[in-house]
Design a protein around this ligand. Structure first.
Ligand code: NAD
Length: 334
């Protein structure tokens, strides 16, 4: 079977070269959309979150049967387009919920204790001044966790370790989890009203597009904070920028941005020309967000620990071996 692996890192190549000895693998460091060359033999492609799989890109591979994404989220893959072509999609359902939860806590502490401001000032100016660096205790603050799936529940547990008061919203609440971890489920409106910090742990899909919009921001406490380590499309960038600028939202920490592909790859974005005006607007707004003093942005790195990445590579290679054996696993589409 021929496999094309896009966005391949040296670690991935080293691991897969050993683990996938019977498979004809071709590695590319580019994203799928940056290497739009047809391949008549490829039956599997492996991608990471930077590669966007569209109906058009599927046409490049007439024999394609499987897409193996090295991520939990699969909103970068057109599942309907895959179903129409009988292409099945596998993901890495779990590789380190605590990995992403730990990063969330890092962002939470960075916001509450102004870590970035203190470090940046000291490095840039050598100043040990406290001016403007006063933070607040997490203890007894209310954390609103939106989505209590694999990552959200770890965030709940870690926040409890900081003696925070935790409330949560999930359309599929788990009474056992709430009892075991000592938190309360409330409606989303109630969560927004009560929380000092809101953190999003929800997959991006049609139903969750712009989950945080102007109406929802208006329901939050004045000065509350937002953390998003899930997907940029959960937040309406326009609305976020407005509430940050008028300071009704106290601050935000974002590991993911709407249209982050376009902002990461500005050269490709400009080279390909004629971006939709909505995309261009969001990219400009992202630049504005990055400059705001009450915003911390990280480059989609919550997954990126040595152990987390090792688990991603291991599961991905097991997914590929399972396909080769005719027993595919971790399918997100049947
Ligand atoms: P999960 O599927 O285990 O949990 C998601 C939870 O969201 C579920 O409990 C579900 O019931 C709930 N949910 C669904 N719709 C909702 C809604 N409208 N409102 C509130 N809750 C809703 O997923 P997970 O493993 O916890 O991951 C969550 C997301 O985190 C992933 O989809 C992915 O996009 C993102 N992620 C980001 C990184 C990163 O590096 N930044 C890494 C891994 C995952």
């Amino acid at each position: 079977m021929k496999l094309l692996c896009f966005e391949a890192t040296d670690d991935e190549i080293a691991y897969c070269t050993k683990a996938l000895s019977g498979v004809d693998v071709v590695y590319f460091d580019e994203k799928l959309q940056d290497r739009p060359k047809p391949d008549a033999e490829a039956e599997i492609i492996s991608v990471f979150v930077g590669s966007t799989v569209t109906k058009e890109s599927l046409k490049l591979f007439p024999k394609l049967k499987y897409i193996v994404t090295r991520s939990t989220g699969y909103d970068h893959i057109d599942l309907k387009g895959c179903a129409a072509r009988n292409v099945r999609v596998c993901n890495v359902p779990s590789y380190g919920e605590h990995t992403v939860a730990e990063f969330t806590m890092g962002l939470l502490l960075s916001l509450s204790r102004k870590l970035y401001d203190g470090i940046d000032r000291l490095k840039e100016t050598g100043s040990f001044s406290y001016e403007g660096l006063q933070g607040f205790d997490l203890r007894d603050r209310t954390l609103g966790v939106v989505g209590t799936g694999r990552i959200g529940r770890h965030v709940v547990r870690m926040a409890k370790g900081f003696s925070m008061n935790v409330i949560a919203y999930d359309p599929f609440p788990s009474a056992d989890l709430a009892k075991d971890e000592g938190f309360t489920y409330v409606t989303l409106d109630e969560l927004l009203k009560q929380s000092d910090i809101v953190t999003l742990h929800v997959p991006y899909m049609k139903e969750t597009h712009h989950l945080m919009n102007a109406k929802r921001f208006a329901k939050m406490k004045t000065g509350a904070l937002l953390i998003n380590v899930s997907r940029g499309g959960l937040v309406d960038t326009d609305a976020l920028l407005a509430v940050l600028k008028n300071e009704t939202l106290g601050g935000a920490a974002l590991d993911v941005l709407e249209e982050e592909g376009a902002i990461k790859d500005e050269f490709t974005f400009l080279r390909d020309g004629h971006p939709a005006s909505a995309v261009l607007k969001t990219v400009l707004e992202n630049h504005e967000l990055m400059r705001l003093p009450n915003v911390l942005i990280t480059p989609h790195m919550a997954f990126n620990t040595r152990e987390g990445v090792e688990r991603i590579i291991k599961t991905t290679s097991e997914n590929i071996q399972a396909i080769v054996k005719g027993k595919p696993q971790n399918l997100v589409s049947k």
